[in-house]
Design a protein around this ligand. Structure first.
Ligand SMILES: NC(=O)c1ccc[n+]([C@@H]2O[C@H](COP(=O)([O-])OP(=O)(O)OC[C@H]3O[C@@H](n4cnc5c(N)ncnc54)[C@H](OP(=O)(O)O)[C@@H]3O)[C@@H](O)[C@H]2O)c1
Length: 253
């Protein structure tokens, strides 16, 4: 199946490793030109080089999306360099934690505001594309109990709601908006590898909840994102696609 991603111009935030990196690689494999950022510029350059060496087209530079001014400048510069934008995947998260109010501010500023600011800055370009797609990265933590009353869980729920509301607002102008909510995703250097080492009981109990008996991989999330980002998903907007191998138990109506 040809997803129709050839020649598309995509921006993926937080793509030097993990899920964001796999999304950038997948989009590039499908023929899109990808632009990426992360705070560590060296790590971004390593990812850009790897994608280009594999035959893809990538550009990127260091940017902290929490810094509103720097982020706005990066988006502007990047959209100009790409010559337009067809796909936006805001992937950065502030991560978990519930020890203090600072987590709420962090997840609001990073998860929510970096997505909203990104969409607002890129909407003119996305509308100009005529066939554009925003894929927000949510989490199954937004839809089922996980760990406790974490800002991360609530802010992911806010993002999914935002994406759904936004989808109604922009579809007539050629922009689809969806969320992908991964369950636990395991990779070297990722959060679940760290949890496996530091909280083995919690890791094992999480694993037992997944009927497939294993956590997902960044590449499996990337496949779902690539589909929703592509013209092949032309009928899909306003949805939140759960990608968790059966980890969550609710009936999805
Ligand atoms: N892993 C899971 O099990 C899982 C499950 C459900 C949902 N998710 C969601 O999937 C997304 C990616 O998760 P992941 O596990 O792949 O994350 P990760 O391993 O922590 O990678 C995050 C990426 O974002 C960059 N980054 C972090 N803070 C940034 C900032 N302020 N500005 C710019 N870049 C920043 C990191 O590079 P630098 O450190 O150099 O900035 C890195 O490239 C997140 O939205 C997460 O909530 C993950």
């Amino acid at each position: 199946m040809d997803l129709g991603l050839k020649g598309k111009r995509a921006i993926v935030t937080g793509a030097s490793r993990g899920i964001g990196r796999a999304i950038a690689e997948r989009l590039a494999e499908e023929g899109a030109t990808v632009a990426i950022c992360a705070r560590d510029d060296d790590a971004v350059q390593e990812a850009v080089t790897a994608i280009n060496d594999a035959g893809g087209k990538a550009i990127g530079s260091g940017c902290n999306v929490k810094d509103a001014e720097a982020y706005a400048g990066w988006l502007d510069k990047t959209a100009a360099e790409l010559g337009g934008v067809d796909i936006f995947v805001p992937n950065v998260s502030g991560g978990g934690g519930m020890d203090s109010e600072k987590n709420w501010w962090r997840n609001f500023e990073i998860d929510v505001l970096h997505t909203v600011r990104g969409v607002e800055a890129l909407l003119p370009a996305l509308k100009e594309s005529g066939d554009a797609s925003v894929v927000i990265i949510g989490s199954t933590n937004a839809v089922e109990f996980f760990g406790g009353p974490m800002a991360y869980n609530a802010m992911k729920a806010a993002l999914i709601n935002y994406g759904s509301q936004l989808s109604q607002f922009v579809r007539a102008e050629g922009v689809r908006v969806n969320s992908v909510s991964p369950g636990p995703i395991y990779f070297e250097g990722g959060a679940w590898e760290m949890i496996e080492g530091t909280m083995p009981k919690f890791y094992e109990s999480t694993l037992r909840k997944i009927p497939a008996g294993r956590m997902g991989t960044p590449e499996e999330v990337a496949n779902v994102v690539a589909f929703l980002a592509s013209p092949a998903a032309s009928l899909v907007t306003g949805t939140n696609l759960i990608a968790d191998n059966g980890y969550t138990k609710r009936v999805q109506l």
